[in-house]
Write a protein that binds this ligand. Structure first.
Ligand code: C2E
Ligand code: CA
Ligand code: CA
Length: 520
């Protein structure tokens, strides 16, 4: 046995406290007893101890330690009955000929486990050189945070948010970046959790909030259209500081209207405490918009969201829930259900044209992601987007498009959305079935908007008369018109209008298939 590697393994159950609350302490005790037997079965010669009544420490010379952990995890999974119990492990390979105290060994194994405790699909992690480097970086980060803020090494990057209906920029998400002289470029993934752990996060977020308001003020003074900016708050911001006062002070200092700021909080923190719920209400009551970030990670249902006055759901396209065969259906269901609750939807992490087109076709109102642009320094955003024809939305258009975006277009019936400006139509969106139906009656002769804008066409006057009537009367209109080689039923709805524009939804059906009961 001498000279053989020794391992210290820390075995921990994810959310043991939650298990105990849901199933009672007796069940929790039974679970731990059974787990101990399992551990003993797989490591019969090891030194096994139970830590804080919820985890185990094993010191062993068994080289098949990874395999054994896997088997124990499979066994533990079944111990919880209908609620599968998740096990995670941290491993420390004890250097040969060293004999540090068990408490020290355990602390390394614990740290390794803590790094993967909430990481999906990872069972164990070693305390290795990479982890040592990460830990030393984290220490450096904590020590240098305030200095970095003073030296201007922490920057705010802005990622544009686009409205799917008109392709215009309607706002930005502010994301922090750290350019450190020693470690180089640090991404938030590397430093946010480190400064959350050391409870310094509110220092960063206070700085971010002030800097965003300062940028907004500078932009406004130069006459640049920045629109609104959303920023991220951590759960700890609510505990460590009076974050509402922090935002209010910054808003006052730079004379920014509250409507310029949106607050992003993850759905996970909603279930946390009454304190957080109260704080969220303070923000919404004061006129800030609060968005639910990372929706789809499975922490809350849409019902929980109803309780709060949330403005928007951010659906994370990279979340595991959206990487299954049913992902399309899940996204459609989420968008449609949110619309019914009056909550808007923004898909983030949109990387491809296909994703963008899909989201647009189901009525997801806004998108953000590499497909449009990476987060950039504020002064680089315009020069990057403008040559691509992506421009800020006109202020006067915003209410019009927000209102129109509330409509549900996720079903497959022929449907199109058009904007009517100064007597001219512009097509905003048309679904496939509508394209097919029009191709059938019009041939490839003309597109719908061309036909609607052609004063020589009989249809030009007919449809304008109907729209004028509809505008005067308000509400919907349904009429039958000959068009091309066919006769179609038009169901017309004015989704929104202002002094110079109206957004219309037109549903079409073949006259012989007229189904008078189906609405708009
Ligand atoms: P988040 O709030 O979910 O932010 C979106 C993240 O997705 C950002 O990562 C962004 O750069 C990245 N992203 C944007 N488009 C795409 C895409 O098309 N594909 C993929 N794969 N990723 C995309 P980032 O900037 O690294 O930030 C990571 C997280 O750190 C943020 O996630 C947020 O939770 C946190 N964070 C960032 N800045 C701050 C801050 O100032 N305060 C606090 N409390 N947290 C922040
Ligand atoms: Ca966010
Ligand atoms: Ca997010």
């Amino acid at each position: 046995m001498r000279g053989k590697n020794r391992f210290c393994v820390f075995l921990n159950i994810v959310d043991m406290r939650v298990y105990s609350e849901n199933n009672g302490t007796r069940s929790a005790d039974t679970l731990l007893r059974n787990m101990r037997s399992l551990v003993k079965t797989f490591f019969p010669d090891a030194q096994v101890s139970c830590e804080n009544n919820e985890s185990f420490c094993v010191i062993t010379r068994d080289v098949s330690v990874e395999e054994k952990i896997d088997k124990i995890a499979k066994g533990v999974r079944l111990l919880g009955g209908i609620t599968p119990v998740l096990l995670k492990a941290g491993i420390y390979l004890i250097p040969r000929d060293e004999d540090p105290p068990v408490s020290e060994l355990l602390s390394y194994a614990r740290i390794a486990e803590s790094f993967i405790h909430y990481e999906d699909g990872v069972l164990f992690r070693y305390y290795d050189d990479e982890l040592k480097q990460i830990i030393s970086n984290r220490e450096y980060i904590r020590k240098h945070l305030e200095e970095a803020i003073q030296n201007g090494e922490l920057k705010v990057y802005y990622q544009p948010i686009i409205r799917t209906l008109n392709g215009c920029v309607i706002g930005y998400e502010a994301l922090t970046r750290w350019e450190d002289p020693k470690l180089g470029f640090l991404s938030p993934k590397e430093f946010i959790s480190a400064i959350e752990e050391s409870r310094q996060i509110s220092i960063l977020d206070t700085y971010m909030i002030r800097k965003i308001c300062k940028d907004l003020r500078e932009g406004l003074d130069k006459g640049i259209q920045i629109q609104s900016v959303s920023f991220n708050l951590s759960r700890l911001d609510f505990h460590l500081s009076d974050v509402f006062a922090v935002v209010e002070n910054a808003v006052k200092e730079f004379a920014i209207d509250r409507s310029y700021l949106n607050i992003e909080i993850t759905e996970k923190i909603l279930s946390e405490s009454e304190l957080i719920r109260l704080q969220i209400r303070r923000f919404t009551e004061a006129g800030y918009k609060v968005w639910v970030d990372d929706f789809g990670r499975g922490y809350s249902s849409l019902n929980t969201l109803k309780e709060f006055d949330f403005d928007k759901l951010k659906i994370d396209m990279n979340s595991a829930a959206f990487h299954t065969d049913q992902s399309g259906e899940i996204i459609i269901a989420t968008v449609t259900a949110a619309k019914r609750l009056g909550i808007r939807t923004l898909a983030e992490g949109v990387e491809t044209k296909e994703q963008f087109e899909f989201l647009r076709s189901i009525g997801c109102e806004e998108v953000q992601g590499y497909y449009i642009s990476k987060p950039l320094p504020l002064d680089e955003v315009g020069p990057f987007l403008n040559p691509k024809g992506i421009l800020p939305e006109e202020d006067a258009d915003t209410d019009l498009f927000v209102e129109a975006g509330r409509t549900d277009i996720s079903d497959k019936r022929p449907c199109s959305l058009l904007v009517l400006t100064g007597g001219r139509f512009k097509l905003l969106y048309m679904n496939r079935s509508c394209e097919r139906l029009l191709a059938e009656v019009l041939g490839n002769e003309k597109s719908l908007d061309k036909k609607l804008n052609d004063a020589e066409d009989r249809f030009y006057h007919l449809i304008r008369n109907r729209i004028s009537l509809c505008k005067e009367r308000g509400g919907d209109d349904c009429f039958v018109l000959p068009i091309g080689s066919g006769t179609l039923v038009f169901r017309l709805r004015i989704l929104s209008q202002n002094a110079d524009k109206a957004i219309l939804k037109i549903r079409l059906a073949k006259a012989e298939l007229l189904d008078i009961d189906s609405g708009n």
